[in-house]
Write a protein that binds this ligand. Structure first.
Ligand SMILES: Cc1ncc(COP(=O)(O)O)c(C=O)c1O
Length: 317
């Protein structure tokens, strides 16, 4: 990924400023103790419609607000207001390409000491963003020797900045071993998720995905895929614990997430998955998802926040 331009306009400390001017003191609590909560939201540019669609933007902000509360923080904005602020930020930057939006709420006191004091701040950055994990031909995933953080230690469902050290360690190990992505087992030895994505298996035409109590982030893409599979394809979906060896005998495996989108996994731990090519159900869901996010699936328009249209419509009145 390219580094974003320092002139990119960002929302920081209740203001819109260039990225180069958005700075925090080096004693900031979150920098030392990982006490931030973040989100990742994609905006899809459609050449056809000359429009940018933010995908499930309010759902992401709803999750963010709930997760901030886990750490005792509150951005004090509604999901609708945050979605509107995000759209405005994109308009100010005149982006006409796919973007990734990164809101972070963090404990902001510049001092030493873990004791939280109720002071927090948040920023929102939107940057041009392409393919995160090239996966057209399928990727190779490896089960990590690092275990997923436990909910009773650092809840991974809360997207807490500090918890991502777990993902960084697993990703570094996966890279060193020649894998494209890591797969975490949890402390009970069941499959949890990828380092930055959820995981699905296909067995006998049914979709299986680890359940929320298996130490996963409850992904919004995961929920979207479950909904599309059930409603549009009448495919049965089971949320249950998954054994490591089920990855080896599955017909298909794929990963889902805002950054990775829908990524077919064609090898796990140097073993071929299915026939070693992206599976038919994975490809079908991937195509449907691609149509929906680019505004070509009328039934799912409710998942999209158009960025430019509302303002153009208002100007024409
Ligand atoms: C650890 C982890 N799991 C799963 C996901 C997928 O969640 P979502 O689909 O909401 O982006 C993400 C990231 O976004 C993640 O960081």
């Amino acid at each position: 990924m390219l580094e974003p331009s320092p002139d990119t306009l960002v929302y920081f400390e209740n203001d819109i400023v260039p990225l180069s001017k958005a700075r925090v003191p080096i004693l900031t609590h979150a920098l030392h103790y990982g006490t931030g909560v973040f989100e990742g939201i994609r905006g899809y540019w459609s050449d056809e419609a000359e429009e940018m669609y933010l995908l499930r933007c309010e759902d992401h902000y709803r999750r963010w607000i709930a997760n901030c509360r886990v750490l005792g923080m509150d951005p004090q904005r509604s999901p609708t207001a945050l979605a509107e602020l995000t759209a405005e930020l994109i308009r100010l930057n005149h982006f006409r390409t796919n973007v990734y939006v990164r809101p972070v709420c963090y404990m902001s006191s510049p001092r030493v000491g873990v004791r939280p004091d109720g002071k927090s701040s948040f920023f929102i950055v939107a940057i041009p963003f392409g393919v995160y994990l090239p996966a057209d031909n399928g990727i190779h995933a490896g089960v990590s020797t690092w275990r997923r953080v436990e909910d009773a230690a650092i809840p991974c469902r809360a997207k807490i900045c500090g918890a991502y050290v777990n993902s960084v360690l697993a990703t570094a190990e996966a890279q060193a071993n020649g894998y494209d992505e890591a797969i975490f087992l949890n402390e009970s030895g069941h499959v949890a998720e990828g380092a930055s994505c959820n995981l699905f298996l296909v067995r006998d035409g049914k979709l299986i995905t680890p359940s929320p109590s298996d130490n996963i982030l409850e992904g919004i893409t995961r929920a979207a895929i479950m909904e599309i599979a059930q409603r549009e394809l009448h495919v049965e979906v089971a949320e249950r614990s998954v054994d490591r060896t089920e990855l080896y005998i599955a017909d298909e495996v794929f990963l889902t997430g805002t950054a990775v989108e829908i990524a077919p996994v064609t090898r796990v731990d140097r073993r071929q998955v299915g026939d070693g090519r992206p599976g038919p159900l994975t490809l079908r869901l991937r195509r449907m998802f691609d149509d929906i996010v680019h505004g070509r699936g009328a039934a799912y328009a409710r998942w999209l926040t158009p960025v430019y249209q509302p303002v153009l419509a208002a100007l024409q009145q």
